[in-house]
Design a protein around this ligand. Sequence first.
Ligand SMILES: CC(C)(COP(=O)(O)OP(=O)(O)OC[C@H]1O[C@@H](n2cnc3c(N)ncnc32)[C@H](O)[C@@H]1OP(=O)(O)O)[C@@H](O)C(=O)NCCC(=O)NCCS
Length: 165
Amino acid sequence: MITENEKLFIEKFKRSDISEWSKIESDPKVRHFVDGKKQTYKQSEEYIKKNILSYDNNGFGRYAVRLKKNKQLIGMCGFLEEDYGIDFGYRYTPSVWRNGIGFDVAKLVINYGIKKLKLYKILALTHEDNHGSIRILEKLDFIKKNKIILHKQNTYIFKLEIKNN
Ligand SMILES: CC(C)(COP(=O)(O)OP(=O)(O)OC[C@H]1O[C@@H](n2cnc3c(N)ncnc32)[C@H](O)[C@@H]1OP(=O)(O)O)[C@@H](O)C(=O)NCCC(=O)NCCS
């Protein structure tokens, strides 16, 4: 287990999560602001494998978020090594949106990244119209930096720098 609160477990992805994760990623709403492309089962499988490899190689990855009450996988939150640095990301199945889960998990995982992983510079990219995602980053004290074009969309780069970590 990575971290938890009274309602949720945050843990590493396992191969057995592929079919539940694929259900989430096959919903076009979930990836609307990511790249607009719903994912196939194969792509979801690759994503889980990529994260498992990242846990081994980097000591972190995106983490599975589960409801304690029924163990349902509802989304992910975590870190990935990208060519621009360590990226922070999250996405959830629409049925749980706007209940505070996105922020609560982001805060738990950022604290884990700072305290346990000793991360000191974290980047997050988000579409300029993704107001929920932007709000989460602002509440976590990420600073809005420049705007770039990613997947033909206007995208903000946010940065969190931790001093004395
Ligand atoms: C973006 C996302 C993670 C937000 O998760 P969530 O659980 O709905 O967020 P929360 O309920 O914790 O809300 C966090 C804040 O954002 C606000 N917010 C959430 N969704 C919003 C929306 N669609 N429009 C405006 N504000 C929104 C909330 O009101 C809250 O602000 P407050 O604390 O000032 O009241 C979720 O919508 C999602 O998974 N979207 C699809 C994937 C995605 O876009 N991921 C991010 C890619 S960069």
